[in-house]
Design a protein around this ligand. Sequence first.
Ligand code: NAD
Ligand code: ZN
Length: 360
Amino acid sequence: ASEKYRNFPMVPRVVFGNGSFDQLGDILMPKRKHSEAPIVYLVDDVFEGTELAQRIPSIFCDQLIFVSADEEPSTSQVNALVSMIKANFQELPSGIVGIGGGTLLDLSKAVSILLTNTGSAADYQGWDLVRKKAVYHVGIPTVSGTGAEVSRTTVLLGPDKKLGINSDFTTFDQVILDPELTKGVSKEQWFYTGMDCFIHCIESLEGTFLNAFSQSYGEKALDLCKEVFLGNLPEKESRDKLMMASWHGGMSIAYSQVGVAHALSYGLGFLLGVKHGIGNCLVFQHLEEFYPDGVALFNKMMHKNQITLPKSVCSHLSDAELDKMVAVAMGMEPLWENALGEHWKKVITPEKLTSIYKKI
Ligand code: NAD
Ligand code: ZN
């Protein structure tokens, strides 16, 4: 019997280049339905009052909404934004533009979906539950690594799970890759989000789902990560290269899956609100059993970039809390299956995961 291969969407349009952000106005113009149907910009609030905010091509009744990225996006936050936009305008927006890191990109994807699909964002967490095309949406990353700019998912914290809205309608219609926008990112954040990309590569390349499609993107992204985090590149080149690493890393997992670090990091995120990038790092340092070469490289990168991770993050947790985290992590079946094959339950037990969490 022949296998069913996945037919997955890619971002149909992308601009790359320093200063390309200034093309946004021209890109949006033909997408404007009329003057009553605005473009809504969801912008990371670190940009409030900055030069970048001034450069946003807001005209007619367009609306700029500054959103904090201090917490990862949630289904209730998406619902609130959608209600607000619907209350503010009689017409559906002509477009949603997300400007920021993975948090703002994911929020924008989800808001554009929920503007055309009824109900709560939580109803669509899962695989292929979205029925209607989203509002036209544009992603503009300002910190590199998550691959959220290319992926077909938007990861949301829901009432009872942290899970993506995975659908063909999630993917952005347009992405603008302007490496200059990542200039203000702190050294730590640059590393944590960059390591998300590095870990995507390791998990994809070491996974059982690997195929030539994923491998070709994963190897390229991994090489770029090594150049950025172990080489001595000028800053501009680092910014250019990490932005492309993120893109390729995202493409690599699109056709495979992430693995052990992401499964455990979801547990940390769900229970403690630990953010994705740092959460992956906290977990990954203890995964030498699963990814010996990857962890050795990771340690080198930590050292070279003078990063120290927080300690005793889980030491105060009760048994019940640890059990909850373990349950969230164990629930990520496709991730485990990618990491360890279909008999993963022989290796991964609650005791084993508890012992890893206790080290963090
Ligand atoms: P983020 O968006 O959470 O931002 C991290 C911090 O960097 C924030 O404080 C933000 O204000 C700041 N920041 C962003 N750009 C800046 C700039 N240019 N200058 C100064 N500060 C800046 O970080 P992230 O790591 O990109 O995203 C994490 C999120 O991405 C998580 O919610 C995670 O679930 C999600 N994610 C999604 C996918 C996907 O495929 N959809 C993949 C991986 C991760
Ligand atoms: Zn990730």
